[in-house]
Design a protein around this ligand. Structure first.
Ligand code: UD1
Length: 423
């Protein structure tokens, strides 16, 4: 397994370009299942989860070409309804093929994603919504097996605004019979991107980004020009924090700051100056010190759970005490013991963390437990005194395109150590 080794204390300076958003690309690629002809995308990030999705699409019967950020997906004559466990277990988002497969084939057999490092993450809301549209499910040998005649539009009210659930239903309803109304839908920008893609291909979706989404089913979708995936707001936010933590100045190009208000207002309150310039945002400290701020993670437009770990790293070296409450996922504090090993003063109590700022972190060998925890540890290593090794960075490779290369161009002393050299 590869590791990242870094020497902290260098103020990061320069320009970095944000890649296409992983969490927009995944559902959009799964939406390819709905098409009879080739679909084409631009700004596709070169990430492990994207390669996993491509492999899954190939196993379902699609031909996938991926080169230099462009991807084409074309159906072969026969499409299989089965998403096998070997792939699903490595990426929970695989469950996003359920809605499209049912809509296209009237059957789907998708391995249950199972638990993962950040909690149980069930898919009950996806299933009950698809049931309302006419699907029937059984659980057989660890697989969710769904069957339906043609899916029919329905009025669905989510108990919780699930991101993946909203995407699954939006995709399925696009080619279902009649109208689907989705209440208490998730409002994340990636959902808007999926709706924009589907609408550009003839779907009739209104209200994406609002709590109620209406989808009129159409008989066929057709992609007439390559769809450009939106930039990754979580990657962008991570580089804004890197600038503040290392007392540097970073210009983040292609920064979707209009979708990042909750994060930007907390960074501003902590003492980070954020200047917009066209599609770029420049981040640096307002003054010498950064101050504590409290955070509660919420569905969009609230503070994103995917930025919680990185923000906690920054708050661990701010002046004063902060309280961070995680309301989206149980068990999303796996980075805390590792930050504590680097000298952070963090106490956990249920879903909350009390962070007392310390003047400096010290480098140490640490281990990434999930994607965002890995990013948090890299940020810690970049500002810590001495050397830090972050192990198990395959988690980072799932979601940050070329992270060490981008950080090197900003002046970071960081390099990747191939597995064989450390084991
Ligand atoms: C997506 C993102 C992930 C982000 C999360 C919340 C992708 C590929 N992943 O994950 O990075 O952290 O949104 O912004 O876009 N839940 C249920 N039953 C369900 C569905 C969800 O109980 O049927 C619970 C989950 O266990 C979790 C919470 O709802 O506690 C949020 O899940 P959801 O919004 O569905 O997130 P994901 O789509 O998995």
């Amino acid at each position: 397994m590869d590791s990242l080794i870094m020497e902290g204390g260098v103020p990061l300076k320069g320009t970095v370009r944000v890649s296409g958003a992983k969490n927009a690309t995944l559902p959009i690629l799964f939406a390819s299942i709905l098409f009879d002809d080739t679909v084409e995308f631009e700004n596709v990030p070169d990430l492990r989860d994207i390669h996993t999705t491509a492999k899954l699409l190939e196993m379902l019967g699609f031909i996938v070409n991926f080169e230099n950020g462009r991807m084409q997906v074309s159906p072969k004559s026969e499409i299989s309804p089965e998403a096998p466990y070997d792939l699903v277990k490595t990426m929970r988002a695989s469950v996003l093929c359920l809605g499209p497969l049912l809509a296209r084939l009237g059957e789907a057999s998708v391995a249950m994603p199972g638990g993962c490092a950040i909690g149980a993450r069930p898919v009950d809301l996806h299933l009950s919504a698809l049931e309302k549209m006419g699907a029937e499910f059984t659980l057989d040998g660890g697989y969710v097996k769904g069957r339906c005649q043609k899916l029919k539009g329905a009025h669905i009210q989510f108990d919780f605004p699930t991101v993946g659930g909203t995407e699954n239903i939006m995709m399925a309803a696009s080619i279902a019979e009649g109208e689907t109304i989705l209440d208490n839908a998730a409002r994340e920008p990636e959902i808007v991107d999926l709706a924009n893609f589907l609408n550009s291909c003839g779907a009739k979706i209104t209200g994406a980004g609002q709590p109620t989404i209406t989808i009129q089913g159409v008989s066929r979708l057709k992609c007439t020009s390559p769809y450009k995936i939106m930039p990754d707001r979580i990657e962008a936010g991570t580089y804004l924090i890197a600038a503040a933590m290392t007392d540097g100045e970073i210009r983040v190009e292609d920064c979707p700051y209009k979708d990042m208000e909750a994060l930007c207002s907390k960074l501003d309150a902590a003492g980070v100056e954020l200047i917009t310039d066209g599609n770029a945002m420049i981040a640096k400290r307002k003054a010498n010190i950064l101050s504590a701020v409290d955070i509660v993670t919420r569905p969009h437009p609230g503070f994103p759970t995917d930025m919680q770990a990185q923000m906690m790293t920054m708050l661990s070296v701010c002046t004063g005490s902060s309280v961070i409450e995680e309301t989206i996922f149980e068990n999303r504090f796996m980075h805390v013991p590792e930050l504590v090993r680097m000298g952070a003063d963090i106490r956990l109590s249920g879903h909350s963390a009390m962070v007392r700022g310390v003047p400096i972190l010290t480098g140490a060998p640490v281990m990434a437990s999930d994607l965002r925890a890995g990013a948090a540890l890299v940020l810690a290593g970049l500002c810590a005194g001495g050397n830090t090794t972050v192990e198990r960075i395959y988690h980072l490779d799932r979601g940050y395109e070329g992270m060490e290369t981008k950080l090197q161009t900003l002046g970071a002393r960081i390099k990747r150590i191939k597995g064989s050299q450390v084991e």
